[in-house]
Write a protein that binds this ligand. Structure first.
Ligand SMILES: Cc1cc2nc3c(=O)[nH]c(=O)nc-3n(C[C@H](O)[C@H](O)[C@H](O)COP(=O)(O)OP(=O)(O)OC[C@H]3O[C@@H](n4cnc5c(N)ncnc54)[C@H](O)[C@@H]3O)c2cc1C
Length: 331
């Protein structure tokens, strides 16, 4: 185990743009590396992304391993896995972190199997114990408990949820080392990209304001009331899971343990009870406003502002008042 040293993160990119989770990983990775007194490195695979490499240094990396090759322009699990496995075997980091995004979730387990180590998926926090082991914290049993997991093998690998870690302030004066790596070209990975579908028009994870509805809504059409408030504030509509399961709204709107983790500046929970699974996806929002007819609903325990009332009365009133005072409210 002693031959493994340093923290390494995977920098995810799409269309040449670094995914923000990569900066969050560097933020957490930096804290851990400083605590352990080791270097923080980062691996980036892509094509013609020279400017982005520097961004990774500005956000905390000491060293970048950059695979710059046309075969790596688009994400391909097998091609990416093969090159990262080579690097992990060469560099032997003691900790390797990826985002728990679709891409990270497909890549992480394949790398872990190839280097014969364990992987803790979907972590919401990471710590280091007195012996320098990584404590990987993730919800278990439908989010009712937080499991603290240690890995006996090396590297200790985790995927980390997007929007739960803090990225560091960008520091363009930071210096780091860029190591250009020769890519192993996997001719036939078994995947051919025929066409890229556009993701759903709503990217709830990036929204600053979310107006979410739950089973307090009586029928699918009533989401219109929430849309009015969201549109007025320049936000988007979210949902608890039961309404998504009923097909009232698309899965991309779901907030919670089995949906999206969100961290907006303002989160409205309208007719949502506040189950542990829902809270797992939104409790880190800056300001939470709960509207619920039941004063004992658990959502009020996490809410900054609670309104005990019928959403069918309260939300239109908010729309009315905010509409009349929009400039004042949004300034
Ligand atoms: C493995 C697993 C994963 C899960 N993942 C998720 C997840 O990702 N996201 C998620 O949300 N859930 C998830 N769930 C489901 C979760 O357990 C709850 O069932 C769900 O969150 C409840 O949704 P709700 O709050 O909309 O409904 P309810 O719990 O039924 O609450 C409805 C609330 O509306 C209030 N209400 C009723 N009428 C009005 C009105 N007119 N005005 C104002 N308030 C009103 C009621 O007082 C009540 O508090 C998961 C469950 C499991 C087992």
């Amino acid at each position: 185990m002693g031959e493994y040293k340093g923290v390494m993160t995977f920098a995810e990119q799409e269309d040449g743009k670094i995914h923000p989770v990569s900066y969050e990983l560097l933020g957490k990775g930096r804290d851990i590396a400083d605590k352990l007194g080791v270097k923080l490195s980062c691996v980036l695979l892509g094509f013609q992304m020279k400017n982005e490499v520097n961004e990774l240094i500005y956000h905390g990396a000491d060293k970048i391993f950059f695979y710059d090759h046309p075969s790596l322009k688009e994400f391909d699990t097998i091609r990416y896995k093969q090159n990262i496995v080579n690097l992990v075997k060469e560099e032997k980091p003691e900790i390797f972190l990826l985002g728990a995004t679709h891409l990270g979730r497909s890549l992480g387990p394949r790398i872990a199997v190839a280097v014969k180590t364990g992987l803790t998926a979907d972590c919401i926090d990471l710590k280091v114990d007195e012996e320098g082991n990584l404590i990987q914290i993730r919800p278990a049993f439908s989010g009712n408990i937080l499991a603290h997991i240690k890995t006996k093998t090396r590297p200790q690998m985790s995927t980390v949820r997007y929007k739960v870690m803090e990225k560091r302030e960008r520091d363009p004066t930071r210096k780091g080392e860029i190591i250009m790596k020769d890519a192993e070209v996997v001719e036939n990975s078994g995947t051919n990209i025929l066409k890229k579908e556009k993701a759903g028009e709503v990217n709830i994870t990036e929204a600053d304001i979310i107006v979410s509805g739950g089973r307090g809504l009586k029928k699918p059409d009533d989401f219109k009331i929430l849309h009015e408030l969201a549109d007025l504030l320049g936000g988007v509509v979210g949902s608890s899971r039961p309404l998504v399961d009923e097909g009232w709204i698309g899965r991309e709107h779901q907030v919670g343990f089995s949906g999206n983790t969100v961290k907006p500046k303002l989160y409205f929970a309208c007719g949502i009870s506040g189950s542990s699974q829902h809270l797992a996806g939104m409790r880190d929002s800056d300001i939470i406003v709960a509207i619920n007819t039941d004063p004992s609903a658990p959502i009020f325990k996490v809410a900054d502002y609670g309104i005990v009332g019928d959403l069918y009365e309260v939300v239109p009133k908010l729309v009315d008042v905010i509409g009349k005072n929009k400039n004042k409210v949004l300034s």
